[in-house]
Ligand binder design. Structure first.
Ligand code: FMN
Length: 257
């Protein structure tokens, strides 16, 4: 009787041990693959927002047609170098945890609820055949209802017109806030204008933009049943295109072009 209990426990223990070994080996060996998949997923979003994604071509090759650059938020100046960091490895969200590389956003200004903003951002530039800037792709992030939404906006070479928007990570509810991924809604951003009289004017409104609205180029339809997510997206546009975000960069680029 005793022996059979010991046997049962031993077999159960052995089964547990083997299973845990299998699971941990799988987890460790798949970690690199998962990291790679996540990176590729983000790269696809960047290629999509730049409107150059071709699913039949290699992601790495297509991504090579974009220039990755650092940007100093305090001056709006594009930098080729920053602390000897490899730009492809630089994670501007991760560095916000390092107080020497990020600045606390004063609560009164933190409309996107990001808490800390990186001192140096990371942007992507798409150039035309003449090597002039065709589009700039700018990372944005901000709080929705359930968490932070992370995405990209691409801007045309007038540095005011939206070319596209994509989110690569968020926690919003499918069918409600997650409609930020709805292709029809995303395509409604194309051609919209960010600034009016040097102020951020583009907003996600509550309800639908009237077709005869003279201010329609500054308005995006609200997501129905998701007013909080819609407001979150509006706030992140206001923050990231404001004076703490990309407004200095976009002014600099406009002077240069
Ligand atoms: C389970 C559940 C999930 C929800 N998810 C979202 C969401 O992702 N985004 C959002 O703005 N509102 C979401 N809401 C609704 C909000 O609580 C709130 O009612 C809504 O934003 C108000 O929008 P409306 O004025 O368009 O109805 C959710 C509600 C429930 C019950």
């Amino acid at each position: 009787m005793n022996e059979s209990i010991i046997k049962t426990i031993s077999v159960a223990f052995a089964v547990c041990l083997i299973c845990s070994l299998v699971v941990s080996t799988a987890a460790v060996s798949l970690r690199d693959q998962q990291k790679e998949n996540k990176l590729n997923d983000r790269r696809i979003k960047i290629l999509k927002v730049a409107d150059i994604y071709n699913p039949n071509l290699s992601i790495a090759e297509q991504f090579g047609s974009l220039e990755s650059k650092f940007v100093d938020f305090n001056t709006g100046i594009i930098l080729d170098e920053y602390m000897n960091l490899d730009i492809e490895e630089y994670d501007q969200v991760l560095v916000t945890k390092n107080p020497t590389m990020a600045t606390k956003v004063p609560t009164s200004e933190d409309i996107a609820i990001i808490k800390n903003r990186e001192n140096i951002g990371k942007i992507y530039i798409l150039r035309d055949e003449l090597k002039n800037i065709d589009k700039v792709i700018l990372p944005i992030r901000g709080y929705g209802l359930w968490g932070t939404l992370y995405g990209y906006i691409s801007i045309e070479d007038d540095f005011n017109t939206v070319s596209g928007i994509e989110f690569y990570d968020h926690k919003e509810t499918p069918g409600l806030g997650a409609e930020v991924d709805n292709p029809k809604w995303k395509s409604s951003w194309k051609g919209k204008k960010i600034y009016k009289n040097n102020e951020v004017a583009l907003k996600v409104i509550k309800g639908k933009v009237e077709t005869d609205d003279l201010q329609g180029s500054y308005k995006i339809d609200g997501l129905s049943g998701a007013t909080i997510t819609s407001r979150g997206v509006s706030n992140m546009v206001e923050y990231w295109f404001g004076s703490s975000g990309y407004s200095l960069l976009l002014k600099e680029l406009n002077y240069e072009s």
